[in-house]
Design a protein around this ligand. Structure first.
Ligand code: PEP
Ligand code: MN
Length: 337
């Protein structure tokens, strides 16, 4: 059940209604959508909700949700939701360009690449501080120090920071230094982590697990929304198939399928999908043509010496070339960068 409060409902109405609902044993989460507050109710045992809430102060309407219906399901004719990160908007007409190294390696490395991507035109700096590596013996990231360096570089060049939070225990650190929290492919179904980021208001970049069907990925997004955080951007980053010419197979169809099922914005990460810098251009342009709202690209000033994912990171020169071509594609589909 969803209760939509009318725009005049004040904080007191909302608090007293939430309290009443909790007393009645409902699980309550609140979302702000435009001027309206939306209260999402579930019963612990998933029994149908029969109580009539319409007469209560501040309530505009109540919409029952069918058992399988999700908050993220696209309503008829609903446009892509805009996720705002400061002044940056993801899901509008403008394509968002996020770039940066696989991992933060040192102060000079992150400062150099931040400067390059800013000059080229990117608005978000990416970089792993907590790295989820296949082997426990591989570089695990600079952790808190990495987050501080990312923030320093982003502030110097007026960029937003997106970085992965690999565990609830790092959430406070990530909230302090990042503008957007990335949930990595390997953590897509870490439900406790999803619930924890759902309790914040910070924008979340939810990557698809390489083993997840689109429905499972959307189910993961629903975990975040159900806790009250609707600021979610999905990220397609390749799935496992029998093909081994690329690291994963970029599932371009996910872009229009996700757009048809939900109004959440979706961006594409061709770097982790292909694992090969030579393929990033074509996959990026194809993703934009398919309707992606942005690109997450790994870039490094000296990829040969990168500590992780050396084969897939673009040099600033390569990134600049891609950026210009991406601009042309965006223009041809009526969007801009
Ligand atoms: C990353 O973006 O740093 C990363 C590890 O990607 P993924 O979770 O998609 O493998
Ligand atoms: Mn990487």
């Amino acid at each position: 059940m969803i209760i939509i409060m009318n725009p005049e409902a004040n904080e007191e109405d909302i608090i007293s209604l939430s309290g009443l609902l909790q007393e009645k044993g409902f699980k309550v989460s609140k979302l702000k959508e435009g001027k309206n507050t939306i209260i999402h109710l579930t019963t612990k045992e998933n029994k149908p909700i029969t109580f009539d809430f319409k007469a209560l102060p501040g309530v505009e309407k109540c919409i029952p949700l069918a058992k399988q219906e999700r908050l993220l399901d696209k309503k008829v004719d609903e446009k892509t939701l805009k996720v705002r990160v400061g002044k940056e908007v993801i899901g509008g007409n403008k394509i968002v360009m996020m770039a940066g190294p696989c991992a933060v390696e040192s102060e000079s490395q992150i400062m150099q690449i931040a400067r390059s991507i800013k000059e080229i035109g990117a608005t978000f700096l990416r970089g792993g501080a907590y790295k989820p590596r296949t082997s426990p013996y591989s570089f695990q990231g600079l952790e808190l120090e990495g987050l501080k360096l990312l923030r320093q570089a982003a502030d110097e060049y007026n960029l937003k920071v997106v970085s992965e939070v690999t565990s609830e225990k790092y959430l406070d650190n990530c909230l302090k230094y990042c503008d957007m929290l990335q949930i990595g492919a390997r953590n897509m179904q870490n439900f406790e982590l999803l619930k924890a980021v759902g309790k914040t208001n910070t924008a979340v970049l939810l990557k698809r697990s390489p083993g997840a069907k689109i429905e499972e990925w959307l189910g993961a997004a629903e975990y975040i929304i159900a806790e009250g955080n609707r600021n979610i951007v999905l990220c397609e980053r390749g799935i496992n198939t029998f093909e081994n010419a690329t690291r994963y197979t970029l599932d371009i169809s996910a872009v229009p399928i996700v757009k048809s099922k939900t109004s959440l914005p979706i961006i594409v990460d061709p770097s982790h999908a292909s694992g090969n810098s030579a393929l990033i251009h074509s996959l990026s342009l194809a993703s934009l043509a398919a309707g992606a709202d942005g690109l997450l690209i790994e870039a490094h000033n000296d990829p040969k010496f990168a500590i992780s994912d050396a084969r897939q990171q673009l040099t600033p020169k390569e990134y600049e070339k891609l950026f210009l071509e991406a601009k042309n594609v965006s223009k041809s589909i009526g969007r801009k960068i």
